[in-house]
Design a protein around this ligand. Structure first.
Ligand SMILES: [Zn+2]
Ligand SMILES: [Zn+2]
Length: 71
């Protein structure tokens, strides 16, 4: 299933709001000017269900993938 850029941006906003604009990894605010990315918790990048997504800082996202070696 194709997910459009607009839909992803909306998901991004929804996910951040649901997390009260805190990072799903470090718990700090996402509004510090750092790039925010959506992480697929199960590692499946085709799974765009909301509960599979968590908004994290770009640096935290890198860390998650380095430590878990998912995809
Ligand atoms: Zn973070
Ligand atoms: Zn990820």
């Amino acid at each position: 299933m194709e997910t459009s850029l607009d839909a992803r941006e909306e998901l991004d906003q929804v996910t951040q709001k649901r997390q009260q604009h805190t990072c799903g990894h470090c718990g700090l605010k996402l509004t510090g000017g750092e790039i925010v990315q959506l992480h697929h918790i199960d590692g499946n990048h085709d799974n765009w269900k909301r509960k599979n997504l968590t908004a994290v800082h770009k640096s935290c996202h890198n860390y998650i993938h380095m430590s878990k070696s998912l995809d």
